[in-house]
Design a protein around this ligand. Structure first.
Ligand code: SAM
Length: 283
């Protein structure tokens, strides 16, 4: 293990089986661990039968001073593993500043990859994954939040947001205001855990659904990018695909109304237009 290196060790976001053998080896071999919450990390080490190591805390409110201390130990030749409570350090987690500090002082930084909730949810979303942008948590400050969302109004890439359950309903309303109710969203909660779930619907449906079903667990929101106005062919393709699905559902015994409701939500096509097209097809 090279001396004076910072290792960014990803930890599970729920399922301990996702902790890699390389992550294990790294935690066993470093000189010390910098942890977001040392109590959480001690529990993890115990659950994984890993030996305790000298540990320091590194979190939002001590990151300046503690960052300097960690840097100084790294420059002295010690190796450090940075871990957070869950997932990949430095992604909406403490660590970004420490990595920047190491980069400034030419200290090697080595990622030891594992779970990142954003990427897991994106992969499972069913939305385009070719181009995407990570937006993290929206600010609780209303003005900052509004400006952030206004800046995303023409964003064509798939967007990724993090959200806590108690703020989810407000965030869904704000996303609907910014992007319109027909925009598709995939909501992944409790990823890798017992009650893991990915819901795919439109923003309007998500607002309605969560006004009746209290959100539980941590969420990742994957929001479809803005449609390209010049790309009418894509809209036509989606409508043709939706019509096919309605036809199949009706043939299987579903009412036209129910089939249109389900398919329009899943594919993000306008419900009325789809209903009229399905009607015309049958006539
Ligand atoms: N660094 C972490 C990562 O790589 O995913 C993210 C840390 S951030 C402080 C915590 C947020 O990640 C949560 O509010 C939630 O949006 C998301 N998250 C973490 N674990 C999750 C899980 N098991 N299921 C869904 N979202 C999760």
């Amino acid at each position: 293990m090279p001396a004076g290196t910072l290792y960014l060790v990803a930890t599970p976001i729920g399922n301990l089986g996702d902790f890699s053998s390389r992550a294990r080896q790294t935690l066993e071999s470093v000189d010390f661990i910098a942890a977001e919450d040392t109590r959480v990390t001690k529990k993890l080490l115990t659950a994984l039968s890993l030996p305790f190591k000298p540990m320091v805390s590194y979190f939002e409110h001590n990151r300046r001073q503690r960052g300097e201390e960690i840097l100084s130990r790294l420059l002295d030749g010690q190796s450090c593993a940075l871990v957070t409570d869950a997932g990949t350090p430095a992604i909406s987690d403490p660590g970004e500043d420490l990595v920047a500090l190491c980069a400034q002082h030419a200290v090697p930084v080595i990622p030891v990859p594992g779970c990142c909730a954003a990427v897991c949810a994106l992969a499972a979303s069913g939305l385009p994954t070719g181009r995407w942008c990570f937006e993290g948590f929206l600010s609780v400050n209303k003005k900052v939040r509004r400006t952030h969302l206004a800046g995303l109004q023409d964003e064509k890439r798939t967007m990724i947001f993090y959200e806590a359950p108690h703020k989810l309903c407000q965030t869904l309303c704000d996303l609907q205001d910014a992007f319109g109710g027909t925009r598709r969203i995939a909501l992944s909660r409790e990823l890798t855990k017992l009650h893991e779930q990915t819901l795919r619907m439109t923003l309007a449906q998500a607002v309605a659904y969560f006004s009746e079903t209290p959100p539980r667990g941590e969420f990742v929101l994957i929001v479809e990018g803005a449609p390209d106005p010049s790309d009418e062919a894509q809209d036509d393709d989606r409508m043709a695909q939706a019509l096919e699905q309605v036809k199949t559902r009706v043939a299987a015994g579903e009412t036209r109304k129910d089939a249109v409701k389900m398919v329009s939500a899943a594919l993000g096509v306008k419900k009325n237009a789809l209903y009229q097209a399905a009607l015309a097809l049958e006539e």
